[in-house]
Design a protein around this ligand. Structure first.
Ligand SMILES: NC(=O)c1ccc[n+]([C@@H]2O[C@H](COP(=O)([O-])OP(=O)(O)OC[C@H]3O[C@@H](n4cnc5c(N)ncnc54)[C@H](O)[C@@H]3O)[C@@H](O)[C@H]2O)c1
Ligand SMILES: [Zn+2]
Ligand SMILES: [Zn+2]
Length: 325
């Protein structure tokens, strides 16, 4: 089959590689029909190189048609259409039972001190071959893939794999009060979706910040008050306060990404909620910075969200963190 493989910093190639095969009785093979490229893939393209080997297959946002099933698969049949969540989780352990799929005890990478395995990611997350490929081996065929109906095009479903549940959970963690306000930093797929979800769930004002004109205008079309970081720079905080009677928004969602310089972001909220979608490797330094930047927070709760199993609560391998004072 053809697949996208990693070879080094800023070096990925579409190559011919061996087809995946069933290894466990509950495995399935999916013929991928659509797959996303995530902001998290950009980390692999740049800074996460030390945790990859040449030839690793990337991609964690696939959907497709079941091509083959193991003898233990009872919930799917060949020909079914499925979305594959990016977290590899068994659906059956203590953590999965409590909705914390990103900490699945069956696939957790304890030697790395991280979380459950992910498709198409690094040695920190199991080095599982990914979905930017023609074929994908998916374990836990009875519980992991989400069966979707025939009919609507792939783009009606493919975001269930990562973007939609990640963004939904960011909004969930931000705990915007009814009719409240939120600032979303970064208007890539995650930030744009989080902004739309916040509006959908009743926020009265969503302020979105980015520096890419197309992303700013898309957000503005969606009803977001879009602020261009290039224009506001260090005065961004004032711009947000001007929109909120001098108070700042009730909540902030960071959907920027770990490589970006976040100085502007740190000056943003006053005492609202903060939800964060980022790769877990940024956790420690983020926590350090969080404790400094959020010295005013009197209560801080930190937890790993569950996996992307559905657009309802359940999220990711990242560390959504919430501070409320
Ligand atoms: N489950 C998860 O935890 C999960 C899932 C998906 C993505 N993510 C993470 O979420 C982040 C966003 O993902 P994405 O796909 O939207 O990425 P993206 O790179 O497409 O979007 C990030 C956006 O932030 C903007 N930006 C950069 N610096 C900024 C600044 N200082 N202020 C405001 N905006 C700034 C960029 O212009 C870009 O539009 C990434 O770090 C990704 O790894 C986490
Ligand atoms: Zn992703
Ligand atoms: Zn599990």
């Amino acid at each position: 089959m053809r697949a996208l493989t990693w070879h080094g910093r800023r070096d990925v190639r579409v190559e011919t590689v061996p087809d995946p095969v069933l290894k466990e009785p509950t495995d399935i093979i999916v013929r991928v029909t659509s797959t996303g490229i995530c902001g998290s893939d950009l980390h692999l393209y740049e800074v996460m190189g030390p945790y990859l080997d040449a030839g690793d297959i990337l991609g964690h946002e696939p959907m497709g048609i079941v091509e083959e099933i193991g003898p233990g698969v009872t919930e799917l049949a060949v020909g079914d259409r499925v979305v594959v969540p990016f977290n590899v989780s068994c659906g059956d352990c203590f953590m999965c039972d409590t909705g914390l799929h990103s900490q699945c005890e069956t696939t957790q990478n304890r030697d790395q001190g991280t979380g459950a395995s992910l498709f198409g990611y690094t040695k920190l997350y199991g080095q599982v071959p990914g979905g930017q490929a023609e074929l994908l081996r998916v374990p836990f065929g009875n519980t992991l893939p989400i069966k979707v109906p025939e009919g609507p095009p792939d783009d009606r479903f493919v975001y269930l794999s990562d973007v939609l549940p990640t963004a939904w959970q960011a909004v969930e963690y931000a705990a915007i009060p009814p009719g409240g306000t939120v600032t979303v930093l970064g208007l890539g797929p995650i930030g744009a979706m989080a902004a739309r979800i916040a509006l959908h769930r009743g926020a009265s004002l969503v302020v979105g910040v980015d520096l890419v004109p197309e992303r700013l205008s898309r957000a503005a079309r969606d009803g977001v008050k879009a602020l261009d970081l290039r224009r506001h720079g260090k005065d961004l905080g004032d711009a947000v306060r001007d929109l909120t009677k001098g108070r700042g928004t009730d909540a902030v969602i960071d959907a920027v990404g770990m490589e970006a310089h976040r100085r502007a972001a740190w000056s943003r909220p006053r005492s609202g909620a903060w939800a964060c979608c980022r790769t877990p490797s940024a956790r420690r330094s983020w926590r350090r910075r969080a404790s400094t930047a959020w010295a005013r927070c009197t209560r801080r709760s930190t937890s790993c969200a569950g996996a992307a199993r559905s657009p309802s609560p359940g999220c990711t391998a990242a560390l959504p963190t919430r501070c409320r004072s």
